[in-house]
Design a protein around this ligand. Sequence first.
Ligand code: 2U9
Length: 345
Amino acid sequence: MQERLKELQEEAIQKIEQSASLKELNDIRVAYLGKKGPITEVLRGMGKLSAEERPVMGALANEVREAIAVKIEAKQKGLEEAAVLEKLATERIDVTLPGRPVKVGNHHPLTRIIEEIEDLFIGMGYQVAEGPEVEQDYYNFEALNLPKGHPARDMQDSFYITEEILLRTHTSPVQARTMEKHEGKGPIKIICPGKVYRRDNDDATHSHQFMQIEGLVVGENIRMSDLKGTLEVFAKKMFGDDREIRLRPSFFPFTEPSVEMDISCKICGGKGCSVCKQTGWIEILGAGMVHPNVLEMAGYDSKKYTGFAFGMGPERIAMLKYGVDDIRHFYTNDVRFLKQFSVEE
Ligand code: 2U9
């Protein structure tokens, strides 16, 4: 019996040494140390032994069992370590490989134009003012010398929410609100960018929603020559020092006198081409001296205070500057269009 136990020990240790996987090792454990294993069987046969032999055999059987268990544990550790090392070798990550490129966006062309215009006027001492897009009829029309029933209201077909509330048709209500806040005192120098809405059928040059930037200066001794000088600086900074400006008489209900400003055509240098419709000039904006009624309605003494105002459409400026042929490109957000305006900043 002693020999059988020694044999079993040697046999098991040999198999443990040869085992190449954790599964194989576990099978050996079950085979030798399990309830149905040969050692258990040997122990079961101990009943036939004499009282002197029994403890000796018991101790030996436990020794053998312990020796096999220790060997299995050591082998298991070795196999587990080898598995980890193999995993580390096969699943190695090369941290020096370049990462996936991150897609970088850029400012929308209209945002760029608006910010360029804002910066230009901020440089001349203006502040940026903003206001609500859902506006009261009073600020959108009435305070701007456009009382109910005024025929000029028809030029700005509107989206009404109620009789008294509408989507603003221009950013002028922001100037009206700013003037009201100043309670009849000057000076005011503001630039008002924002989205506006008009009931219009969309085509290459019209959109039911578009952007505007308007400016307003109110103070003492503000004259038409101040307006002209300001617009000339703006035109040259925006379109190039070689641009000439021209003012033509026009009409707006909120300004008197009113003008429209053209810049000389860059394409033909003023000779006439298809871009300037053979005139040599391109219309850029509208402007004028603030109508005394508008000043009075906002609480200003129009004998003491005067002012000038101007308004332009960033879409039109961007179309001219970048040669865009359809206003709808600005709103459909096709990345092939937008990507053309990417700049390294
Ligand atoms: C107040 C007083 C006066 C703003 C002005 C224009 C002329 C003008 C349009 C041109 C094309 C905007 O983009 S557009 O639709 N604007 O021509 N806007 S004077 O005059 C004001 C505004 C507010 C209190």
